[in-house]
Design a protein around this ligand. Sequence first.
Ligand code: PAF
Length: 313
Amino acid sequence: MRIVIVGPGALGSLFGAALTKRGHAVSLLGRQTPHLQALRDQGLRLEARDGTAEQVIVSATHDPAIVSDADALIVLVKSVDIVSALNAIRPYVSPDHIVLTLQNGLGNAERIRSVLGPGPRILVGVTSQAATRLGPGWVKHAGEGPTLVGFLDERDAAAAVKLASVFADAGLAATTVPDIDRWVWQKLAVNAAINGLTAVGNFPNGTIVTTPSLLDAAEIIAEEVASTAYEIGIELGGMRRAILETATATKDNRSSMLQDLDAGRPTEVAAIHEAVLKAAEEAGIATPATRVVAALIRAKERALSTAESNDGD
Ligand code: PAF
């Protein structure tokens, strides 16, 4: 399959390397950054959880015209930069393209549709893979979990099945689900809890597993998200277990939100915590813990002067 990954950050690089190794024609598309340059010059140094590493030759470019030749686009750019990234590729996107968003947060498919228009087929997925960028061209596969691929229109179910099988065949566990909205909210709840606490407290995901008071706090935040989801007709499973599972599977990872703060980049607080606050307000649900976390992340962003744009690098 010819695949373009829009957003060659830690996760984009991980997916790109796995799919390239399986023989797919993959291009990583991003801004001209030291990371992109390193990918072009030396390929990706991909480190496994046990510390062993391999060098994977990948194709990386900043030229959006590469999209014309692709069958599928996987959007992994951070939600704050989705509009500028998609504006760049829009002239090259056709109705034949499949566009899969694997981004964190709410509203990504709507944002993609609003920029790309009615043409391409849009799929929505969530992934529990975790990756940390250790330097330019250097990524650690910090945690493994399934990738769920869903569709918004029944007519796109076959495309979702195809992409899930391409991922699974490349060693990235994946399956298709008929109720992707539920999984987006489930991931949102886990991200609000894990990303929020780790970003504010500056610790890896595993600290939540080993610190009962943090696990309690994470559960309170996730339950606020679950209550909001319930009001709009989506019932989520037990949050404590979901947090424990994800934080355990990704225990060495610094969450993507913490990695953004580490690098002085804007975070995804708008697509995660503030999106929950908005939905909760509309549904009449009180979300005080999420509000506190959102305010603290914004304060940290201001303190770090995170004014740069963020394309997932
Ligand atoms: O955003 C993240 O960091 C990831 O979604 C996850 C699964 C919480 C792992 O860190």
